[in-house]
Design a protein. Sequence first.
Length: 191
Amino acid sequence: MEKIRVMILEDDPVWMKSITDYIEKESDIIVVNQASTKEEALQSSFIYDVALLDLTLSEDDNNLSGLDVASQLYDRGLKKIIMLTSWDETDIILESFDSGAINYVTKSSYRDIPDIIREAYYDKVSLHSDVSNLVVHELKKERKLKILTPTEREVYDLQERGLSKPQIAQHLFKSVETVKKQLKLIKRKIK
């Protein structure tokens, strides 16, 4: 039986050993490469089917180098990328999918990793429960936002970025009263 070959990018040696040991208990999965840095992951000459990438590496200033690795591996043709992390922030999860990940699992759910690897390998991906509710919520929200006019969408996006009503007004060269009216209308539309 041919084994599913996995590359793991994880900079914490304790997590690397724990995850590797847990995965290799499975008769159909083998870890062929362990990388602890972005460079090791990207320069690897090993051939693997699935990449399991830690999102945050302590070596990196922006602390999200797993996203960069995912994006570069995806651009090279690897389409079976799973993000592994302790982060559960919406923006980061969505950015992981934008970078090429097909699934996202938190380290607290490490027991699910073998099944997630198999699903990725056999192109039968179902979103892990760590992110499925969030993704469904974001899809529903995006669907609702399609009914906004381009101007309303711009006001909405600025508010989502954390700008106050006066800042939005200044940015868009509108009065604060106009922005308030638009935000009320937006709120009614997307309820």
